[in-house]
Design a protein around this ligand. Structure first.
Ligand code: ADP
Ligand code: MG
Length: 367
């Protein structure tokens, strides 16, 4: 089931009686979510991710725009009749019911033509439980389960009604690090098996990058960029997106362009054909540096951290906007830990420059 968002907008009235400032939680969001794909909706807290998801689910009414499931306009259709499965951060299972009863619950409320026989309900519940690998735990109470297992019950409960669209709002936030990793892989597997079009909301870029077919990066209610995770990482449209994706994060410098050369401080670090003279912001991915004796960018060496296959070099440069630069170098590269300075050359496709005022990307020829 493809999901079409057309100029979707949500405006909340001011909560503050003294000011009339309304909140534009979601601003003119248009996107077609392809059938059967998992979309990661990503951005910092407050950027409008949940509001978008609630509008897709029908829990909130848009102030403007339309939502289609396939060719059906569902903008005015209630949540119950939209055929969506919802999973939230706090999974809110019924504590007095067993796993089985929790999963059965949504089916027992079906009415009229949708009403199922007891056998049908049980068979559906066991099918959903199998998908999330809970068959062995059907008689337990939620309190007898780990956080990850409880979240899997919540997912089974969302799947049991065979939703057309699955909507997950930060479903892993309450889990510890190891379970998060495991459960996110589970979600990916379940999504691949069921091929249900899924929207997965998270503020964690690594989580979104690792499981999504496509990511949507939002800021203050406005979509910044949509694309395959690698594509967005390799080609951010602005400084915000460049900074939001990647660990360690991109290194940011004040720089300038003069005579088609990019300068960081006094160092001419790259040729940037056809870019007019101006002050710019320079972003360099950690893997964009390599050591060279006559390297163009000179930095003060702080420390070297060996991480197995790679080495992380921590260094300093007055033009860097952060206290330190983190670069990732192949462990085979010889480096003198006693040296005071390190010299880098840059990989051109890992360096991005941005307009100083608008922070929009300025493109230059990479070859
Ligand atoms: P996210 O899920 O990305 O953290 P939300 O979608 O929850 O962000 O919120 C987006 C913006 O809308 C925020 O500024 C938030 O304060 C505001 N907002 C959310 N829900 C309401 C509401 N019911 N009334 C007023 N403002 C709201
Ligand atoms: Mg939210």
């Amino acid at each position: 089931m493809k999901v079409v968002l057309e100029n979707l907008t949500k405006i909340f009235p001011s909560r503050n009686k003294k000011s009339n400032e309304e909140v534009v939680a979601v601003n003119n969001f248009s996107f077609t979510i392809p059938d059967g794909k998992l979309i990661g909706l990503l951005g910092p807290s407050g950027c409008g991710k949940s509001t978008t998801l609630y509008m897709i689910s029908g829990l909130q009414k848009p102030s403007g725009g339309k939502i289609y499931f396939g060719d059906d306009d569902v903008t005015e259709v209630s949540t119950e009749n939209r055929g969506v499965g919802l999973v939230f951060q706090n999974y809110a299972l019924y504590p007095h019911m067993t796993v089985k009863q929790n999963i059965l619950f949504p089916l027992q409320n079906l009415k009229g033509a949708d009403k199922l026989s007891k056998e049908e309900m049980l068979s559906r519940a066991y099918e959903a439980a199998k998908l999330v690998q809970l068959e062995e735990l059907m008689e337990r109470k939620p309190s007898e389960l780990s956080g990850g297992q409880q979240q899997r019950v919540a997912i089974a409960r969302a799947l049991v009604k065979m939703p057309r669209v699955l909507l997950l709002d930060e479903p892993l936030s309450n889990l510890d690090a190891r379970l998060r990793l495991q459960t996110r892989e589970e979600i990916r597997r379940i999504q691949r098996e069921t091929k249900i079009t899924t929207v997965f909301v998270t503020h964690d870029q690594e989580e979104a990058m690792s499981i999504s077919d496509m990511i949507v990066v939002m800021k203050l209610g406005v979509v910044q960029q949509i694309g395959a995770p690698q594509e967005v990482y390799d080609n951010p449209v602005n400084l915000f997106v460049a900074k939001f994706l990647g660990t360690p994060p991109i290194n940011v410098f004040n720089g300038h362009v003069k005579g088609e050369k990019l300068y960081i401080g006094e160092d001419a670090v790259l040729e940037v054909k056809n870019v007019p003279d101006q002050e710019v912001i320079v972003g360099i991915r950690p893997e964009g540096f390599y050591l060279a004796e006559d390297g163009a960018l000179s930095c003060e060496l702080s420390s070297i951290e060996v991480m197995g296959r790679d080495v992380s070099i921590v260094s300093k440069n007055a033009a860097c906007t952060a206290p330190v630069i983190r670069s990732i170098i192949d462990a085979d590269t010889p480096i003198n830990p006693a040296a005071k300075t390190v010299r880098y050359n840059l990989r051109k496709n890992k360096v991005f420059i941005f307009n100083k005022e608008t922070e929009e990307r300025i493109y230059f020829e990479v070859n």
